[in-house]
Design a protein around this ligand. Structure first.
Ligand SMILES: C[S@@+](CC[C@H](N)C(=O)[O-])C[C@H]1O[C@@H](n2cnc3c(N)ncnc32)[C@H](O)[C@@H]1O
Length: 379
């Protein structure tokens, strides 16, 4: 099986131009979610679209985009024509590379043949469905609105409409899930023959309903069980022809997410919408996180940027290493990698088989320990 990522691709991705567009609207707040989302604000969709197009028009000219990613929130609730208008605005302002990846996150219950056709006609070729689990009890515990059968229908509809890359997001480790349930979820997901699979360990994010429940005595996810579930996902997905190219992401050859590859290669990307991040000309920017503040500021011509940070020198080098260590293809050693390898902890990690120097690259061989390794880079 050929890996969807490679050292060559890792280097190329650093040159790509990405754009991220955040769509905050959701039907319901998932108890584990700490992303920038709003519930019950769908009537603001047209106002939000105007703000997005104004924000895009105000961005200084740039090169054609290689990857465009709509995340949320729930982009599939925004309406096909609105998403198409944003793609049009991006294409008019910056241009789109001939082979540009244009993708969105979608909730299975929103996905209809009409929406799929509208998006395919607008240039979308990648869709990432928030499947999360195929066990109705786990879906209920995760606060999800869809039924397992909705995912199969959504995948088929996306394929019929001509989407070339279909991803499924899965979450493992909720206490309502046991090993048999996770195994059945993996089997059901893989039976749909996805081109890409993201498997995320359920994380208890501060301030969420899940966090409050855990503080009130509900059981938290068990890290050992989560490690076992990650292993099981690797075994099953690999047997189904998917290859891991990042800690939580597996894909077939040609289906690694180009937008994510750009971010992990420390490439440049523009960020539009409430709470969006961007990285351009060595400057990171982050937009305000409140929808009303975002709308008011863009409408007043002030611009939605809350903070900017220049990332240069050693900090930039450390950032390059930390992002690159997430990839199965590893990262060029450079100064930061060499410093890690030469340190006492680095030597210990190499002796323990956690990291490995392969030619001029550093590769994490125990992906679940990636965060432990990157914490050392920061010290
Ligand atoms: C921000 S969500 C938006 C996509 C879509 N609206 C949905 O709910 O599926 C993107 C993905 O992040 C993952 N995610 C969000 N919060 C998480 C958490 N606390 N722990 C693990 N994964 C999480 C989920 O798998 C989800 O599909």
């Amino acid at each position: 099986m050929t890996a969807p990522d490679s050292p060559e691709l890792a280097d190329r991705a650093a040159e790509w131009a990405g754009a991220y567009v955040h769509i905050p609207f959701c039907a319901r707040l998932c108890p584990y979610c700490d992303f920038v989302v709003v519930v019950g604000r769908d009537e603001d969709a047209d106002r939000y679209l105007r703000a997005l197009t104004d924000e895009i028009a105000a961005e200084p000219p740039w090169r054609p985009l290689d990857a465009v990613s709509f995340g949320g929130g729930t982009p599939s609730r925004f309406g096909g024509w609105r998403l198409a208008s944003v793609v049009e605005a991006l294409a008019a302002r910056f241009g789109l590379a001939v082979d540009a990846e244009v993708g969105l996150e979608a909730n299975p219950e929103d996905w209809t043949p009409a929406l799929a056709a509208e998006l395919a006609a607008a240039g979308f070729g990648r869709v990432s469905f928030g499947a999360q689990s195929f066990d109705p009890d786990v879906l209920a515990a995760l606060g999800r609105r869809h039924r397992p059968g909705d995912v199969a229908r959504a995948v088929e509809t996306a394929r019929d409409a001509g989407f070339r890359s279909v991803n499924l997001d899965l979450i493992y480790g909720h206490p309502a899930e046991d090993t048999a349930s996770w195994e059945a979820t993996l089997d059901a997901a893989l039976a749909l023959d996805p081109d890409h699979l993201s498997v995320y360990a359920l994380t208890v994010e501060p301030g969420t309903d899940l966090w409050r429940a855990v503080r009130a005595g509900a059981p938290p996810p068990d890290p050992d069980a989560q490690a076992d579930r990650w292993e099981l996902a690797q075994v099953k997905a690999t047997a189904a022809g998917l290859v891991r190219y990042e800690v939580s992401n597996l894909a077939r050859l040609g289906h690694a997410c180009r937008y994510n590859l750009t971010v992990w290669a420390r490439g440049e990307y523009l960020g539009f919408g409430v709470g969006a991040h961007g990285f351009r000309d060595g400057v990171r920017k982050v937009n305000v996180r409140r929808l009303d503040t975002y709308l008011r500021r863009v409408e007043a011509g002030i611009g939605p940027v809350q903070a900017t940070e220049v990332v240069a020198g050693e900090e930039a080098e450390r950032e390059r290493l930390m992002l690159g260590l997430r990839r199965a293809a590893g990262v060029r050693l450079g100064d930061a990698g060499q410093a890690l390898v030469d340190s006492e902890e680095g030597r210990r990690l190499i002796a323990a088989g956690v990291v490995e120097v392969r030619g001029d690259r550093l590769v994490v061989r125990r992906p679940l320990l990636t965060d432990t390794v990157t914490r050392l880079v920061l010290r």
